[in-house]
Design a protein around this ligand. Sequence first.
Ligand code: MCA
Ligand code: AMP
Length: 528
Amino acid sequence: MPARAGVSKMEIQMNSIVEAVSQHAQHDPQRPAILFENQTITYAQLYRDVAHFAQALISQGLQPGERSAIFLDNCPEFIVAYLGIQLAHGIVVLVNSQYRQVELQHIMTDADVHLCITNQAGKEALQHLALPALTTFVIVNDAGEHALEQTTSASILFADFIARDTHSNQISLKMPAPADPAVIGYTSGTTGLAKGALLIHSNLTSNIAAITTAWRWSVNDRLLLALPLFHAHGLLVGMHGTLFNEACVILRRKFDAVDILSTLYNNSSITLFFGVPTMYIRLLAEAARQGVPPHPLRLFVSGSAPLSPQVFNDFERIFGQRILERYGMTETIMNMTNPYEGERRAGTVGHPFPGQEGRIVDILTRAPLPANAIGEIEVRGPHVFSGYWKQPTATAEAFSPDGWFKTGDLGWCSDDDGYYTITGRARELIISGGYNIYPREIEDVLTTHPMIAEAAVLGAPDPEMGEQVVAVIVPKEHTAPAATEIIAFCRERLASYKKPRRIIFADSLPRNALGKVQKHLLNTLLTS
Ligand code: MCA
Ligand code: AMP
C-alpha cells in the first residue's frame, strides 16, 4: 500500500488520492496545495471543500457507483468536484471541454450521467441534446458576475452547492476502498464510438506510487501544470502526483507558451514541468524569440505523443536539460519511463515503471517476440484498468488470456539494456498535439453530410502538432460542398481539434476485395 513520502510506511496508509488529501490536511493544514490565478488553496481548505461537496452529493441522493460528469476547463473547482465525487463513492466521468454534440450525446448517455459539473456554456451545450437522465447541473461561475443565474432544483451554483445545507455537513464520510471504481476516461476506438475505461482506486494509487519512486517526486516539488485536467496526463499524473506527495501545483487554465516561459524564468520555486511535444515545440520557439532560456528545473517530462529526437536535442541545447520521455494510455495511466538517473535516450520511452511489466508480442500469433523484434507492446500490473464500461466483449478482446493488456502500440525492446522504442500503431489513430483522434469517428460524421457519398480520414505529418487530420471526400453526384463548409460541418458536431485541416476531393476510394478502404494507397494523395 502506498505511503506518503518522508513518512514511515507503517504510519500512514493511502487507499485513494482523496484519502491522501485528508491525511495531508491533518498533517500540515496550512501547506499550499493549489495555486491558481490569485488564489492559494491549502490542504485544509481543499479537503474541507471536498468533504462538503461529497456531503452535498450524498444529501442530493447520489448512490455508490453512480456517475457524475466533469465538463470543465482547468480550475480549482474541477479538483474539488473530482475528489468530492470519489469521497461520496461516486464515479467521475471526465469530459474534454472541447467536445460537442456527437461526443457529448454519446458519453452522457453511455455513462448514464445524472449530474454534471460544468460552466454556463457547458450547460447550454448539454441542454440542446436529448439527455433526459441528466437532471442536475452544478455550475462553476467562470465568466464573471454576468454569468450568475437563478439557482433552481436542476441547476445550482458550485459555491452554493458546497455551502447550501449545513445539516448535510453532519453526514459521515467513509474513504473509498482500493477496489472501488473511481474514474471513467473515454477513449475513442475503431468503432467510432468512444469506450469508457474504468479505473479503480488501486490503479490510481499504485501508478502514482510507481511514478513517485521513478521521478523522485517529493513534498518539496512544485509543478507548473498547464495540461488539461480532463485527460490522464494532467489529472492522473500531474495533479495526482502533487496531491499524493503533499506537494504543490501552480495550475493554469490553459497552456500559453509566453506565460509558461516567463513563469519558469521568474519563479525559481518551480521544480517540475510536464507537457506534450507540441508544448515543448512552442516553448523552444518562444525561447528563440525572446532569447532567454529559463532557469533549470529538477525535471521536464514529455508524453502523450512521440517526442522527436530533433526536439529532444534542441531542448537540451537551448534549455540545458534532457527531457524525460514517458509512455502512457488512458487505460493504464503510465506504462514506461526513461530513467531519472541514467541515460534519457532520445526516441525511446525507457523501461516499465517499478512494479509493472512490459513485453513485445507478434501481432498475429500473439506469441512473445525476442528482443529487437518489432511487435505490439503489451503491459501488465496493478495500474492496468479493470475494463471498458459496459463493454465485456471489448474488455475481453483487450487482454491476453494471462492478463496482459494489448496497447495497440507497436515497438521493440533492446536486448542490451531493455529500453523500449515505440515505432507506430497497430490501430488507426491520429495523435495531434497530444489529443487522440480516431479517423472512424470523423468519417461517420462526414458521411452524414447530404452532399458526401464517401469519406476517408488519415493523418499527415505536421511540424507543430505531430500529425494533422486530412479528409478524402467523394462527393455525391459531382457537386462537391466547399472545403470550408465540410470543416464547419465537423466543427459543429465534434471537438474543434478533430476537424480536417485539409480536404482532398476524389472520384472514388481505393478498396480491396473485401470492400475495405486501402488507406496506404490514399497516402500518395497527401504528397500530390
Ligand atoms: C487545439 N487545437 C488543436 C489542438 N489543440 N488542433 C489540433 N490538435 C490539437 N491538439 C485547435 C482548436 O480546436 C482551435 O481551433 C485552435 O487550435 C485554438 O484552440 P486552443 O484551445 O487555444 O489551442 P491551444 O491552446 O493552442 O492547444 C494546443 C495544446 C492542446 C496546448 C497543445 O492541444 C493541449 O493541451 N494538448 C494536450 C492534450 C493532452 O493533455 N493529451 C493527453 C491525452 P479553432 O480555433 O479552429 O476552433 S493522452 C493521455 O492522457 C495519456 C495517458 C498520456 O500518455 O499522456
Ligand atoms: P490516450 O488513449 O489518449 O490515453 O492516448 C494513449 C496513446 O498515446 C498511446 O497508446 C500511444 O499511442 C500514445 N502515446 C503516449 N505517450 C507516448 C509517447 N511517449 N510516445 C509515443 N506515443 C505515445
